[in-house]
Design a binder for this molecule. Structure first.
Ligand SMILES: Nc1ncnc2c1ncn2[C@@H]1O[C@H](COP(=O)(O)OP(=O)(O)OP(=O)(O)O)[C@@H](O)[C@H]1O
Ligand SMILES: [Mg+2]
Length: 350
């Protein structure tokens, strides 16, 4: 694979007094790629983005942009475009003044400012609002103007921290598609922070899953989904079950009372967590005297899919069926659970 590293994050750690926010982050961000930093609250996403932007200094490590160390360059000299949830638009300026702000600072001519504003307003599909006051815009329009303002300077890097989290679900969906299109149109290297895994899967070329201040996995959304690197990732991404079980004497895995025909990389007797997604489990009706049966304790038809909770031994297993599934399982039904061995990941229990 040809690699073309734009930003190289080398062994970056960050502590705030006694709090360790990031430990030994190594990431190579490809030119023109869309990278999403994903992880639970407090895992260090914003801290990493602020370090890239230059608002925080790493305690250890350095950043290389096109091979040059930028660790000591202040934020306004890095030439990056930023959309931070808390850094709203300038309320006393019009839309056009907001978008042109960075260009004005860079002493672009009035003509150049006007043309760029016009171009960006067309791109964000709000061509007629240049003279509008920012206060007279809807939430979604403001977000689009903030994106246009960040892109106006043709940034080397486009950095976004939870830019869509304040929008309602429908608008957020639309904006995700729009953001992805814009990024592709401009080919700008983009790093976006989110705690919403659907958003991350929708946007990212590369997904970086952070937890406890460490990179747990950096890969394409598909590989993170299909081959989670560890149980933290498996648990965080998708509707996964982490099922506690053991490797049997014969070296085979026993899952939901059945031997799974697959090679396991762990010794017989090892306690393991098996990650299996809700949609990769199928249910069949079981007889009252059947061993290895579970009981349905929750059943819901969610329109797009059906969802059940099945109590099996001392665990509750989440199962998802497609909308077209004929079989209806009701609360109280006895069921067996089966999985395709190709669809599970096995991790040693810690
Ligand atoms: N200025 C600061 N001083 C002290 N601790 C900080 C500071 N900034 C962040 N932290 C701590 O560093 C850790 C990582 O915070 P960060 O804001 O990067 O998390 P996050 O992943 O962006 O979370 P969220 O999803 O809630 O925004 C947290 O424990 C946080 O309390
Ligand atoms: Mg944050």
């Amino acid at each position: 694979m040809v690699t073309n590293t734009h930003l190289n994050i080398e062994a970056v750690s960050k502590s705030f007094g006694p709090v360790t926010a990031l430990t030994q982050i190594d990431l190579k961000i490809e030119r023109g790629s869309f990278v999403c930093l994903l992880g639970p609250s407090g895992c260090g996403k914003t801290t990493l983005l602020r370090i890239i932007a230059g608002f925080e200094k790493p305690t250890k490590g350095r950043l290389l942009l096109d091979g040059a160390d930028i660790s000591d360059i202040p934020p306004h000299k890095r030439g990056f475009g930023m959309v931070f949830q808390s850094l709203a638009l300038f309320p006393h300026m019009s839309v056009a003044q907001n978008i042109a702000y960075g260009l004005k600072l860079r002493k672009a001519s009035a003509k150049e400012q006007r043309e760029r504003v016009e171009e960006l307003l067309t791109v964000i599909e709000l061509p007629d609002i240049a003279d509008r006051a920012v206060s007279a815009l809807s939430g979604g329009q403001r977000q689009r103007v903030a994106i246009a303002r960040a892109l106006a300077i043709k940034p080397k890097l486009f950095l976004l921290d939870e830019p869509l989290s304040a929008l309602d679900a429908k608008l957020r969906d639309n904006m995700q598609i729009e953001l992805r299109r814009l990024q592709q149109k401009f080919g700008v290297t983009t790093v976006l922070v989110t705690h919403d895994q659907t958003e991350a899967m929708m946007l990212a070329d590369e997904l970086v899953v952070l937890d406890h201040g460490k990179v747990q996995q950096a890969a394409t959304p598909t590989s993170v989904y299909r081959q989670p690197a560890n149980s933290l990732v498996a648990d965080f991404i998708g509707a996964a079950n982490l099922v506690r079980t053991r490797v049997g004497e014969n070296g085979r895995l026993v899952l939901f009372g059945n031997t799974v025909e697959m090679a396991v990389d762990h010794d017989p007797g090892t306690a393991v967590n098996v990650a299996v997604r809700a949609e990769n489990i199928s249910l069949r009706s079981a007889q009252a005297d059947q061993e290895a049966a579970g009981r349905v304790v929750f059943a819901r038809d969610l329109g797009a899919f059906k969802e059940w909770l099945v109590s099996f031994e001392d665990q509750e297993i989440r199962v998802r069926g497609s909308a077209s599934d004929e079989i209806e399982f009701q609360v109280g039904d006895l069921v067996t659970l089966t999985v395709d061995p190709a669809r599970i990941s096995v991790f040693a229990a810690s």
